[in-house]
Design a protein. Structure first.
Length: 690
């Protein structure tokens, strides 16, 4: 009994001395060594090498969670050291880890967004070179935070639809131009296919997917050179893709998911922003096709910011797009009519003759478009060269004559001035209807034609969108047509009432005669100082031109507009390429008419030195007799000689009528000049863009 007690006492003493010794030794050790002897380590002291003891073991790559999910925990140290995160501690991202040997499975707590924003703030202070692309990352984060991926999952609202690390392997994220970055692009369909399996399968059977797979399978060519499937080839392919996104240069790489879908600010495909962006995304590779598409009405609506008209995928398909020669393609000749009918119900067979990507600069393939474009360009250039030179010379000569006292301006303060009725009430009402309807047509038509420009988009949004603009445009066209044909009926009735006494080529007729050609020559002699100013009868040649211009304008713009307004009826009679020609002549003639009316016509009527700043005769209907004698001396002398002059003399317009005339005319002039400026800016912007 004593021996047992002594033995227990001895062992207790030894244990106590051992513990004291260990405790004393621990007190003498450095703090770091004491921590190294324990698995309980603060986060910031766990070195990456410690993590890689487990995660770098290729024989222990995976483990199975309770729900059966297989998790890959293997990290290839060499590839991690080549990544953009090589300087980061593992626990900088895996903030949920508090011990070097942690429980499994560990909840994933990785804050990519917070970390990058923190480093961005530090970068503003330190300007560290290895963080010089953080501004790009922050821009991508802003896009991601507003994307469908960042929104809560509808089935599990505690999770987002996709996190950064669902798409990016943070341990191998490469810098631009690296092999890791190139491999990430090559694996793009596989990564996206984790969630979008059906779309991936459709893509892999498309023309894009087959080309992409071909580059993935390739290694070297016949001469032993690297192709896209090898590391160097992958890098070249990724560089080509980046070059195309930035400046459109270099060979076109096979398209992957992120080339068509904006990778970070991605949204649901049924949302307007996605539909509107697809044209630009396709245009990164298919520049020529997008350029020709931009000449269509479809593209004008898209450029204005509205997505209800056809874009690339409506005609070509999305993930399953095929070559046009493939029988499964939506634009194969056997399938094209069915594709058109998805939007244009009951479209006749001639619809397929429409050139969706017709190029008016390509005579060989689109001769009718080339001819129409060149004819309109010759007409536009010819009209403006002649009339703008005519306008400038007239301004110069009339200014000189005013200064020398050869002609004079009417004095509005002269209450004794006698007036002569120049235009009847019917003429004035018709003119006002013409002016307002034409301006409505210009506003709605040109805003759509130049929809890619800021002013046009503002106007379209102000109107209420392209659909409202189209309704207003057509209503204005109908009103203009009623006024036009109403005038023709009135003129015909007047001729019939003359009972054969109407002189078709007489001095009061608007029909051009040989005398008008002579007057043009005499006018240019006056411009150049070789002869005095010629005298004119009821109508000058420029007034006849202003009158007859709407006739050819109505014919070209009106007929082409009706054809575009009723496409099914048009295609039932004419081949499909007529739509391409109608689009060209409708737009070009509208530009010609608009700029002519609001520059040349305004000068002839309002801005000549003898009339500036405006002539209100189309509101009041009367002009001073002295002005009439100066402008139309032959008509004055003929009326005086026949005794008819007194029938046309009227009282001066009242002060109220004059005030109304100035306001109405002034507003029409201001609006017209603004429209002319917008149209010229749009037209020359179009030319520069082409």
């Amino acid at each position: 009994m004593f021996a047992r007690t002594a033995l227990l006492w001895f062992l207790s003493a030894v244990a106590t001395l051992s513990l004291n010794a260990v405790f004393s030794l621990a007190l003498m050790l450095p703090a770091g060594a004491a921590l190294a002897a324990s698995d309980e380590k603060p986060v910031d002291l766990i070195p990456n090498s410690r993590c890689l003891r487990c995660h770098g073991d290729p024989d222990d790559k995976t483990y199975e969670r309770d729900d059966g999910t297989i998790v890959n925990i293997f990290i290839e140290a060499e590839r991690y050291e080549q990544s953009v995160h090589a300087q980061q501690n593992c626990v900088d991202c895996h903030t949920g880890i508090k011990k070097a040997r942690h429980r499994r499975p560990l909840p994933v707590v990785v804050g990519c967004v917070a970390c990058h924003k923190k480093h961005w703030e530090e970068q503003q202070q330190n300007k560290e070179p290895h963080h010089d692309r953080l501004d790009v990352v922050l821009a991508e984060i802003d896009g991601y935070m507003n994307s469908v991926h960042a929104r809560p999952n509808l089935l599990d609202q505690s999770r987002t639809n996709a996190t950064c690390y669902d798409c990016h392997d943070a341990h191998t994220v490469g810098v631009p131009g690296s092999e890791a970055r190139a491999e990430f692009r090559q694996r793009n369909p596989e990564i996206c296919g984790r969630c979008h399996a059906a779309e991936k399968d459709e893509y892999m059977n498309s023309v894009h997917g087959r080309k992409h797979q071909a580059t993935a399978d390739a290694t070297v060519d016949g001469d032993g050179a690297q192709l896209a499937g090898s590391p160097g080839g992958l890098i070249a392919q990724a560089a080509a893709a980046e070059s195309h996104r930035q400046n459109g240069e270099g060979p076109i790489p096979p398209a992957v998911c992120s080339d068509c879908h904006t990778p970070h600010n991605i949204d649901r495909t049924d949302q307007d922003p996605v539909k509107l962006a697809i044209t630009d995304q396709c245009g990164d590779c298919h520049e020529q096709q997008v350029r020709t598409y931009m000449g269509s009405y479809h593209s004008r609506v898209v450029a204005a910011g509205y997505a209800y008209t056809a874009t690339c995928y409506d005609c070509h398909g999305g993930h399953g797009v095929q070559e046009s020669t493939d029988p499964g393609s939506k634009i194969h000749p056997d399938n094209r009519l069915a594709t058109c009918r998805e939007c244009h119900t009951n479209a006749p067979e001639n619809f397929v003759g429409f050139h969706a990507h017709g190029d008016p600069g390509d005579f060989e393939n689109y001769p009718e478009m080339w001819i129409a474009q060149r004819l309109m360009q010759v007409l536009i250039i010819g009209v403006f060269v002649f009339f703008w030179v005519h306008m400038l010379l007239w301004m110069f000569r009339e200014s000189r004559d005013l200064k020398e006292g050869k002609i004079r301006r009417p004095d509005p303060a002269d209450s004794e001035e006698v007036y002569i009725r120049r235009f009847s009430l019917g003429w004035r009402i018709t003119h006002l209807v013409f002016a307002t309807s034409i301006m409505a047509l210009v506003v709605t038509g040109m805003a759509v034609l130049f929809a890619e420009q800021g002013w046009a988009q503002w106007v379209i949004h102000l109107i209420g969108g392209p659909k409202v603009a189209a309704v207003v445009h057509r209503v204005a066209a109908v009103v203009l047509g009623i006024a036009f044909f109403g005038h023709l009926i009135a003129a015909t009735w007047k001729i019939r009432r003359a009972k054969g006494q109407f002189r078709w080529l007489g001095p009061t007729s608007m029909i051009p005669t040989w005398q008008d050609i002579k007057d043009i020559g005499r006018m240019f002699k006056w411009f150049l100082g070789f002869a005095p100013r010629p005298d004119f009868d009821r109508w000058g040649y420029w007034e006849k031109f202003d009158y007859w211009a709407p006739f050819w304008g109505m014919a070209i713009i009106g007929i082409s507009g009706v054809m575009l307004w009723f496409p099914n009826q048009t295609a039932a009679v004419f081949p499909g390429w007529v739509f391409n020609v109608a689009t060209i002549v409708h737009a070009e003639e509208a530009v010609l008419a608009t700029v002519f009316l609001f520059t040349v016509h305004f000068f002839n009527v309002h801005f000549r030195p003898s009339k500036f700043p405006m002539d209100i005769v189309m509101v009041t209907g009367a002009v001073p007799l002295s002005e009439f004698k100066q402008e139309h001396r032959l008509d004055y002398e003929r009326l005086k000689a026949s005794g008819e002059l007194d029938h046309y003399l009227v009282k001066p317009p009242s002060e109220r009528a004059t005030r109304i005339g100035r306001k109405v005319t002034g507003w029409l002039i201001v609006i017209g000049l603004i429209l002319a400026g917008f149209v010229l800016a749009g037209y020359f912007g179009h030319l520069a863009g082409n």
